[in-house]
Design a protein around this ligand. Structure first.
Ligand code: DPM
Length: 385
């Protein structure tokens, strides 16, 4: 046998025998909890496999304390993890899906999207206040959030409140709320609070007319497109309904060139092959809004990727279409684009251009010195948890 062939065969058998996987994650408590949750599911399926967690600091983590996280370079919180993945230092990376940009670096793919936790935002009151909802708070109460999307929507609904940036990971935010008297309440993702076991800190979950961020509440596992063994390993984790909804949401964001640094919001609900979609785009001060809704029909024909192997992950907003009905995914992508077009006709792009401009000005005014200066034309697509 040719030495090359022998090497190839050895390589293949090494691959088939691989039972150890390295899992990349950020080091925040939420990121760790989420990663352990994914590993527990895999361990159940493969009791004989071992999974090693590799915690990696991102630029975003390093500047959490000093810089406004919403302003920075693209992939601030995913870049180092993705480099480790591309270099083979880790085999897959667990993310909050909403922190993953709609286009990933070459060779990487979202191998699995897991069943979604509650996607809505929640109000966390300072413990000494008796108010339960934002309506109960007196005028000029201060709400902590660094999400432009949350602030813009809530300014419309609760004009009597003030909104103020809050930085740091979930733990330090809650500490700031409880110990400093800077804020009366915070707005945080219900999903993150529940995953950390902080059910009792949720005063109220915001009503469904407050639309969430694209991908909020779902976990996304990123792998290498050419690492079939890892893709196979992750496939059983996929929740097809969540995957379909999130593909639609990501296509919507990509069409509007959204990213999380602009106030783009959505909600999707799948019921028997139909996704009910609501979406909105807001000016930073909440004075302007375009909102619309539609129903997307996913015609299910049972086709799997192997029947249309020419399609690549990039067509699915960087989601690997493995084991999910390709026709349904295609309809979801088209639905997301159509939703984006509907808002565009109502003036969404103009609002977004202005919002990006204002966010950039705000960042230049308030940014404190930081180790890595963001590039001029970049607005971050990712934030932190
Ligand atoms: C993104 C945003 C925020 C995170 C922007 C947004 C919130 C930032 C803030 C894209 N990522 O939602 O409009 O409040 O200052 C993040 C959280 C989770 C994932 C924390 C949170 C929770 C888990 C999940 C940060 N990323 O939103 O409270 O949603 O799955």
């Amino acid at each position: 046998m040719e030495p090359e062939t022998v090497a190839k065969l050895e390589n293949m058998s090494a691959l088939t025998k691989r039972t150890k996987f390295r899992v990349g994650t950020r080091k925040s408590q939420l990121a760790m909890v989420q990663t352990k949750q994914v590993i527990a599911l895999l361990q159940d399926l493969h009791p004989d496999f071992s999974f090693e967690i590799i915690g990696i600091n991102t630029i975003g983590d390093d500047v959490l304390a000093t810089a406004l996280a919403k302003i920075g370079e693209k992939s601030l919180f995913t870049k180092e993890l993705e480099i480790a993945l591309q270099e083979g230092i880790v085999d897959f990376v667990v993310h909050s899906l909403k922190d993953l940009p709609s286009t990933l670096p070459p060779g990487l793919t979202i191998a699995a999207i897991l069943q979604r936790e509650n996607a809505q935002d929640a109000v966390v009151m300072r413990p000494d206040l008796s108010a339960k909802s934002l309506n109960d708070l007196p005028a000029e109460s201060v709400i902590g959030t660094s999400s432009l999307r949350r602030a813009a929507q809530l300014k419309r609904l609760y004009p009597h409140l003030r909104f103020k940036d809050v930085r740091g990971n979930l733990n330090s935010r809650l500490r700031k709320l409880d110990e400093d008297r800077e804020y009366d309440a915070l707005i945080l993702a219900t999903a993150g609070l529940l995953r950390l076991g902080w059910h009792n800190r949720i005063s109220i979950i915001l009503p469904t007319n407050c639309l969430h961020a694209v991908g909020q509440g779902a976990l996304g596992v990123e792998g290498r497109e050419n690492d079939q063994q890892t893709l196979d390993l992750l496939r059983p984790l996929i929740d097809p309904p969540t995957m379909k909804c999130c593909v639609l949401e990501r296509a919507f964001l990509k069409y509007l060139e959204g990213g999380c640094s602009v106030p783009c919001a959505i909600s999707t609900e799948l019921d028997c092959d139909q996704i009910a979609v609501q979406s909105g785009v807001y000016s930073l001060d909440g004075s302007q809004a375009v909102e619309d809704e539609m129903t997307v029909f996913l015609t299910s024909s049972g086709t799997s990727l192997s029947d249309s192997s020419k399609e690549s992950g990039s067509e699915w907003v960087s989601v690997h279409p493995q084991s999910v009905d390709v026709n349904a995914l295609r309809a979801a992508v088209q639905g997301g684009i159509q939703m984006g077009k509907m808002l565009e006709r109502l003036g969404a792009k103009e609002i977004l251009i202005e919002a990006r401009r204002q966010a950039k000005i705000a960042s230049n005014i308030s940014a404190t010195p930081r180790p890595n200066k963001p590039s001029e034309d970049d607005v971050t697509d990712t934030l932190f948890a």
